[in-house]
Structures are given as C-alpha cells and as structure tokens.
Design a protein around this ligand. Structure first.
Ligand SMILES: Nc1ncnc2c1ncn2[C@@H]1O[C@H](COP(=O)(O)OP(=O)(O)OP(=O)(O)O)[C@@H](O)[C@H]1O
Length: 243
C-alpha cells in the first residue's frame, strides 16, 4: 500500500535532512502511529506520501504507483485515494457542515444525486446527523474535527493520513475521535496518524513507527509511545540518570 525505499528528504537551505534513509512498508488495512519529537520528520513523511513534496533520494510507492513517475497532471486523481486530517481542522468558515463535506465532492465532479446521498450518510457515521446546517464556528473542536474527518472519508479513500488530529482536543473528545478513526480502519481504510499523544498510543496498542532526526529508530507491532527496548543513549541523549 505504501513503500519507502531508502528515502531521504533535504529541504533547500537546511543542512540536516528531515528524513534520512527511511525504508518501510505499510500494508492495506493497517493502523500506524508515527511518533517522535517535534521536528523528527513526521509531517514530512505524510507530505511525501501525498506527493506534496518530492524525496531528495529514494523511491516511494503508494497504491501501486511509483510517485517519481507520476506526472503532475495525474496528481489530483492520485490524491482522490487519500484522505487527510489536520490538527487545526481546516474547515471552510463560510460553509455549513453539509457544504464543507459536499464541496470536496463537487470539486472532483461528483453528481448532485451522489452528493445528496453520500453527505448525509457520512455525517451520520461521524455522529453529526443533527448538525448539518451549522457553521464551523457554531461547533465544538471535537465536532469540527468530525466534520474534517467526514470530508476526508466521504469519497472512501484507501488511506487516511492524520497529522495530530487530537492535538487541539481534550482527552474525552480525543477518545471519541480515536473511536471514529478505529471504526474507519475496521471498514478497510489504512490509517496513518502522527501524534504526540502518549495516552492514545499506549491505549490503542497498534503499530508504532518512531522517528528521531529523520531516521526510523523503532518499528513495533503493538507498541507504546515509548519503549524500554531502545538504548536511549544511542540516540544522542546525554541524561546521566538514564545511562
Ligand atoms: N517546508 C520546509 N522547508 C524547510 N524545512 C522544513 C520544511 N518543513 C519541515 N522542515 C524541517 O524538516 C524537519 C522535520 O520537520 P517536520 O515538520 O517533518 O517534523 P514533525 O516531526 O512533523 O514535527 P512536529 O511534531 O513539530 O509537527 C524540521 O527540522 C523542519 O524544520
């Protein structure tokens, strides 16, 4: 579903790469947490999967496509298979809940009939059936994130990328969002979520990929946010108490 072969990403003007020789494979239907300190390369990883950035070295395959050979004309079609959710929701403030979700289908040319059926269905799935006519500013943070998730999945993407989707939410609301992401995953969508939320990662016990300075330092099947398995002193920390 997603394969990185020796991928490095160096942004122009930087001396250190954001991703450094990353190789990994993510299979259909997996739920994967991407963890690591701020600046470790999580968002860069997600942007490379979306082909929003190009790798400086290495190859990336997503859904059977080698992204390096995908022409820019075909990128919008390719992205239809990917849903994306961000920490700050990114809803259109002048549009209702219904129209925020409908808009993503209008821009890809879906018919009125399709939209009239698909949007209420997905809003019901995320628990917002009663709020279709509200505007984003009339919703709580958790509800706004549910709208953003509805928008991301309404076209039934094979992969959902979530960049700190609970970063602005309290623990109870976050748990509701995780429940929703879990249901989406059970429905067959591969979910990749970058997060700093240790409680969520520890509770879910899913695959955890940890980045440090752009390198994979851990890839655990049922991991927690942190693990004793890593020799911490090996990654440049000089805390005498730990060593
Ligand atoms: N567009 C860019 N131009 C230049 N440097 C960038 C760009 N985007 C990211 N970087 C750099 O690449 C490195 C990795 O950043 P990235 O945003 O991928 O990390 P992150 O793990 O997602 O961090 P956070 O948890 O804070 O979101 C950082 O050193 C960052 O400053």
């Amino acid at each position: 579903m997603i394969r990185f072969d020796s991928v490095s990403k160096l942004y122009s003007g930087n001396t250190r790469p954001a991703l450094n020789n990353v190789s990994l494979e993510i299979l259909k239907g997996e739920f994967v947490f991407l963890v690591g300190a701020s600046g470790s390369g999580k968002s860069s990883f997600l942007r490379l999967v979306l082909k929003e950035e190009k790798p400086s070295q290495g190859q990336i395959h997503v859904l059977g496509q080698q992204l390096g050979t995908l022409s820019s004309r075909k990128v919008p079609y390719f992205r239809r298979n990917l849903g994306v959710v961000f920490q700050d929701f990114r809803l259109l403030p002048q549009k209702t809940v219904f129209d925020n979700v409908a808009f993503s289908l209008q821009v890809i040319g879906k018919s009125r009939g399709f939209i009239q059926e698909a949007v209420p269905d997905v809003l019901k799935m995320v628990g917002l059936a009663g709020k279709t006519s509200r505007f984003p500013h009339e919703l709580s943070g958790g509800e706004q994130q549910r709208v953003a998730i509805a928008r991301a999945i309404v076209n039934k993407p094979a992969i959902l990328l979530a960049d700190e989707p609970t970063g602005n939410l309290d623990p109870v609301t976050s748990a509701g969002i995780m429940n929703l992401l879990q249901r989406i995953n059970v429905g067959g969508t591969t979910v990749i979520m970058a997060t700093h939320d240790a409680g969520i990662v520890d509770q879910m016990k899913r695959r955890v990929i940890e980045l440090t300075s752009g390198q994979i330092v851990r890839d655990e099947r049922e991991g927690g946010y942190q693990t004793q398995a890593i020799p911490i002193q090996g990654f440049g920390l000089s805390n005498g108490a730990i060593q």
